[in-house]
Design a protein around this ligand. Structure first.
Ligand code: P1T
Length: 389
């Protein structure tokens, strides 16, 4: 086959880092449901000793993750938060992190409730405001943590520009690529050092697993992360690895449809007389729209919106009245989901901080799935009517 760097994304999703199982020729890697491996004599084995350290099914997934993100090394974890936890363990007490102020509530909770206690210092800023970022940058800054698009306001940050801040500093740029997926952007190509995923979302794609991943190019960072992965032990199991690998094989096809459906829903909402604001990176005027145009290969399947005369009660009525969309946490599966970030996915962020970041109590977030777009639009239309009754 051609060198992986010359392959298109669809081909990479299906074949990247994959080969038939050496023992049987199975085209899909078997689910190696084993905790341990025979040794002929102490230390004499086939490269596998214990499944926290190495597992062939997880390895097949990790090679696929590295291939689709244009990295050299992939590492899979038991959840997205476990992957973030591993990155933070690269740091030492006193080190500082500059993170976007619009980010997944669980990430904020991990940073402020666990790692602040261990002596790490976090600054939450608007990463699109260079002055704000530079004001927090100092000799102790070790990580810039960017979600782009952000959860839940879909803000877009210029990864290339953020990467220039590393010059002359001992600083890593980490991009949480969960919302975009490598189908839409490959942060390592733009200067990021670590790409992080909640594989639970688009990569898995079917709402049937919880998993996280990291992808890097630098061998030293990879070795440090492998050490943490094995020492802390937050790995994913072989069955979930198999499911994630199966999900990735259709990522390009699913993402295309997610993008198309989200655009149809976004355009319906923006033209609805009762809708005040739609947060979707495809609209001119959206924060980072110009950057999205050059940095991304589409605008993704996520959007958020607020009603005119909005209130908590109206938002609750709306999300509870949906029939095709499911009211649930998470995103990125084939089925459309609706959520109320202030009370669900972002409840761990104090209200005052949410307000500062622009996350209102009435914001509704949609993960637009792969159903027929007309059914999604009709469902939203009837739920908006209910909310206004
Ligand atoms: O849920 P987990 O696999 O641990 O991943 C955490 C995580 C990290 N980063 C982003 C951008 C995320 O959206 C998430 C998880 N988010 C949700 C569960 C949600 O509904 O937003």
């Amino acid at each position: 086959m051609a060198k992986e760097k010359d392959l298109g994304f669809g081909t990479l999703s299906i074949h990247g880092g994959q080969f038939p199982d050496p023992s049987t020729g199975a085209v899909m890697p078997p689910i190696y449901q084993t905790s341990t491996y025979v040794q002929e004599a102490p230390g004499v084995h086939k490269g596998y000793e214990y499944s926290r350290t190495q597992n062939p099914t997880r390895h097949a997934l990790e090679r696929s993750l590295a291939a689709i993100e244009k990295g050299q090394f992939g590492l899979a974890f038991g959840s997205g938060l476990a992957a973030i936890d591993a990155v933070m363990k690269l740091l030492s007490p006193g080190d500082e992190v500059i993170a976007t102020n619009d980010l997944y509530g669980g990430t904020y909770r991990l940073f402020t409730k666990i790692f602040e206690n261990w002596g790490l210092v976090f600054h939450f800023v608007d990463l699109s405001n260079e002055d704000e970022v530079k004001a927090k940058l100092n000799d102790k800054t070790r990580v810039i943590w960017a979600e782009t698009p952000t959860n839940p306001l879909l803000r877009i940050f210029d990864i290339r520009k953020l990467a220039t801040l590393k010059e002359g500093r001992n600083l890593m740029l980490v991009v949480d690529n969960t919302f975009a997926t490598p189908y839409l952007q490959t942060p390592l190509d733009l200067g990021a050092d670590i790409v992080m995923h909640s594989v639970t979302k688009y990569l898995g794609g079917h709402s049937d697993l919880v998993m996280g991943a990291l992808v890097v190019r630098d061998e030293k960072i990879a070795q440090d992360l492998y050490f943490i992965q094995n020492s802390s032990g937050a790995v994913c199991g072989p069955m979930d690895s198999f499911l994630a690998l199966r999900g990735i094989k259709t990522l390009h096809v699913r993402m295309q449809r997610h993008c198309e459906n989200a655009e149809t829903v976004a355009r319906f909402l923006i033209s609805h007389p009762e809708v005040k604001k739609v947060y979707w990176p495809g609209f001119p005027g959206h924060i980072g729209h110009e950057t999205a145009n050059k940095q991304m290969r589409g605008f993704g399947g996520m959007l958020s919106f607020e009603l005119k005369n909005d209130s908590l009660e109206r938002a609750f009525t709306l999300v509870s009245s949906l029939k095709v969309f499911t009211l649930a946490e998470s995103l990125g599966g084939v089925e459309s989901l609706a959520g109320h970030p202030a009370s669900m996915t972002h409840a761990a962020i104090p209200r005052e901080e949410r307000m500062k970041a622009g996350l209102s109590d009435s914001l509704i977030r949609l993960s637009v799935g792969l159903e027929d777009a007309k059914d999604l639009v009709r469902d939203l239309d009837q739920a908006i009517k209910k909310a206004l009754e």
